[in-house]
Design a protein around this ligand. Structure first.
Ligand code: PMP
Length: 358
């Protein structure tokens, strides 16, 4: 980097998104996209939004969409915050909730890697708390006495890339033990079978829940996420948003997101299809000798006791199939595989079967 940049920029640790390769007949099982596609009603609404009205700024408060989301969860619109993808909301959360007089943020050692990227970006002091050897988050690690108190706690539920989920009681225990810390629950994958902490928002003013339309609503390309929590948490996020970008969601996104959230039938049908395909894929990979962690997400996290994960990923790539392999400590012998349609999962298993044993 040239010396025009501050040292801070040189010290950043940018997130590395999964590969978006241009390979013919590619099967992308590496970025947890949803193969079933968005609600046709959402596509229709987005087409309709492409009108002369595009010359006007969108509603900077996005009130209509916030009302629809609030109604769905039995909350008020002032308990809903919207962002350009949940990643943007996470950025505001790290910036706004986790910089508190040098107190550390607590987070698991194996989790969504963007959290560490945001720690660097906003210089958030933090403590990585190891998951146990089966990648289970031990709640007692988060509930004991602490000096100093954490600035906040963040975890993904279900966790990424493991797919493991905590119960509501476990989340309650953490929120109860840390009343002076924001407890942020990233529920990007919750609709695939985990219990949602949204049910706790009325009881715990320190819980903030973050959702995305990228996974269960199959709208990763639209970039819409939302956060739910006490009105005071939402007001702080709104202050940050309005000091950063008043219009994170454009008119097309507002229209598409609203129609997608209103189409409960499409939502239920497609997420159930993903859940069914996941259970089948877990059984099939088990039969191929893989150890498969129990997953409540739209991916499985697997390792093969006799085969190197990097070799497997490279071999699959040769067959035109992308899966995610993280070259980082503890998980470098694992693959994270997005659940595709049943025929796509079958293609993956066929390719694995055809690979020479080592
Ligand atoms: N949280 C987790 C745990 C994720 O895996 C992802 C997807 N990479 C996100 C948040 C971000 O999702 P998006 O920005 O597409 O809403």
């Amino acid at each position: 980097m040239s010396q025009l940049w501050s040292d801070h920029v040189a010290g950043l640790m940018p997130y590395v998104p999964g590969e978006q390769a241009r390979i013919p007949d590619l099967l992308k099982l590496n970025t947890n996209e949803n193969p079933y596609g968005p609600s046709p009603r959402a596509i229709e609404a987005m087409r309709a939004a492409l009108s002369d009205e595009m010359r006007l700024y969108p509603d900077y408060q996005a009130l209509d969409l916030r009302r629809v989301i609030a109604d769905r969860f039995g909350l008020a619109p002032d308990q809903v915050f919207l962002g350009n993808g949940s990643d943007e909301i996470l950025a505001h959360v790290f910036n706004g909730l986790f910089l508190r007089g040098g107190r550390p943020l607590w987070l698991p050692d194996v989790t969504y890697s963007f959290y560490k990227t945001y720690c660097r970006l906003y210089e958030v002091p933090h403590r990585l708390i190891p998951l146990d050897e089966d990648f289970v988050l031990n709640v007692a690690d988060y509930t004991g006495t602490a000096d100093p108190e954490p600035a906040g706690v963040i975890f993904a539920n279900p966790n990424a890339p493991t797919g493991r989920a905590l119960s509501l009681d476990e989340i309650i225990a953490i929120a109860q033990a840390r009343p002076d810390s924001a407890v942020v629950v990233d529920e990007a994958y919750v609709d695939f079978g985990a219990e949602s902490a949204t049910a706790l928002i009325g009881r715990f003013p320190n819980i903030l829940v973050i959702h995305t339309l990228s996974k269960s609503r199959s709208l990763a390309g639209l970039r819409v996420g939302y956060a739910l929590g006490h009105a005071d948490l939402i007001a702080g996020l709104t202050r940050i948003k309005d000091s950063f970008n008043s219009y994170p969601l454009d008119r097309v996104a507002l229209a598409g997101a609203r129609a997608a959230i209103e189409d409960e039938a499409w939502f239920d049908q497609t997420r159930q299809a993903v859940i069914d395909a996941r259970e089948q894929l877990a059984r099939d990979l088990g039969a191929l000798g893989f150890e498969v962690l129990p997953s409540k997400a739209n991916f499985v996290f697997v390792r093969h006791p006799g085969r190197d994960a990097a070799d497997l990923a490279a071999g699959l790539r040769q067959s035109g199939i992308l899966v995610r392999h993280f070259r980082v400590p503890r998980i470098d012998q694992y693959l994270r595989i997005t659940v595709g349609m049943p025929e796509q999962c079958a293609r993956l298993c066929d390719a694995l079967r055809a690979m020479p044993a080592v």
